[in-house]
Design a binder for this molecule. Structure first.
Ligand code: ZN
Length: 368
């Protein structure tokens, strides 16, 4: 995948850098880990420090000092998570800031403008995510609204690209920014197909599958990905939003997905959960108090090459900030290295073998 900030080899995993930083690690560490692209959250950056301030600083890449690719979400997902603090209108999503309670209206056009000012390499359209399980009626209303919003978002971006003087309030800081449409339709296959058709009719640079991994069983996610991904254009990357248990990576790559993001490796790291090829190891457990082994003896990350489970447990129990850093380095290495192995296996034609080997050892159940 070509971006204005370099080529991203796919399939790829994108670490989540919510507020312009991947929590507890530096950009230098991310580069060493081989992160090709990170994700920024529009909702957070819009509220603080604000997209205009970031535009004045030259755009998000320059402001945060990251020279590789960045994808920004539309802000919608965070707003839909606000529950009582938001209201969905045809015009857009009205919400109260979690910081100061101020009232905001995020329209599809505004989501485009904010991301244009941030200057990410990939901007996402505003869509409506609904909780699952949803009735068919609720799923249809949200899917149709998402299509209408997609069409408004596309028109806005084309206007910014073609006639920037007509939108003087918007300073686009990345002329090569791509825009992805999002497929909705909850867990109802024919709504997913309709969403694909109508979103492709609007016409985007590439497409994402939204509204999955929101609590439904993994088999349901896989079936819907297997139903939806093959209907999306083969020449453009396909992005599965927010999905990312390690086994999801294998199963969804097998069904045609090229891009993933998930807070799991970084969030779990801060909670002392180390993700390995056999499953999750909870470092706070007393059984590791004198364990001289690294978290994963087969892992090549900085943490596993230098430190014991006993030391990492001590850092975690003592509340040392380094615990979060070292655990995050390991978890992100595991994800990024797994994606490297998947890419290599695809090139060699051995992906099915790698996939079955992975399933033989990996378990979602906590190991200890
Ligand atoms: Zn490691």
């Amino acid at each position: 995948m070509q971006t204005p900030h370099g080529v991203v080899h796919t399939p790829a995993f994108m670490p989540v850098g919510t507020q312009g930083a991947v929590k507890s690690v530096t950009h230098h560490e991310l580069e060493e880990l081989g992160a090709q692209i990170i994700l920024g959250n529009t909702y957070h950056l819009y509220l603080r420090p604000g997209d205009s301030l970031i535009a004045r600083a030259g755009g998000l890449h320059k402001f945060i000092g990251w020279s590789r690719a960045i994808l920004t979400d539309s802000g919608g997902y965070q707003i839909f998570s606000l529950a009582e603090r938001r209201r969905i209108l045809d015009e857009g999503a009205e919400f109260r800031s979690h910081l100061d309670g101020s009232l905001h209206l995020l329209t599809p056009e505004r989501a485009v403008d904010i991301q244009a000012q941030l200057g990410s390499d990939i901007a996402m359209v505003l869509d409506e995510c609904i909780a699952t399980p949803a009735t068919e009626e609720a799923a249809r209303i949200a899917m149709e609204r998402s299509v209408r919003w997609a069409s408004r978002a596309r028109a806005r971006l084309l206007r910014i690209r073609q006639d920037p003087s007509s939108v003087p309030d918007v300073v686009a800081t990345n002329a090569g920014q791509a825009q992805f449409g999002i497929i909705q339709g909850a867990t109802i296959p024919h709504l997913r197909s309709e969403s694909v058709q109508r979103t492709i009719d609007v016409g985007f640079d590439a497409y994402a599958i939204g509204g999955l991994s929101v609590g439904e069983p993994p088999e349901v996610t896989y079936d819907l990905v297997g139903h939806t991904a093959p209907q999306l254009p083969e020449e453009a990357p396909r992005y599965l939003m927010g999905s990312g248990m390690p086994d999801d990576l294998f199963e969804c790559v097998a069904r045609g997905i090229d891009l993933f993001d998930c807070v799991l490796p970084t969030r779990n790291a801060r909670n002392g959960q180390l993700i390995t090829r056999v499953g999750t190891l909870s470092i706070k457990n007393a059984r590791y108090a004198e364990d001289p082994l690294p978290p994963d003896p087969d892992c090549g990350c900085y943490t596993c090459r230098h430190f014991s489970r006993a030391y990492l447990r001590h850092l975690y129990i003592a509340g040392e900030m380094t615990a979060a850093t070292l655990n995050t380095v390991h978890n992100l290495y595991f994800y990024l290295d797994t994606m490297r192995a998947i890419r290599e296996a695809i090139m060699l034609g051995t992906f099915d073998k790698l996939r079955s080997e992975f399933h033989q050892t990996f378990s979602r159940r906590p190991q200890h």
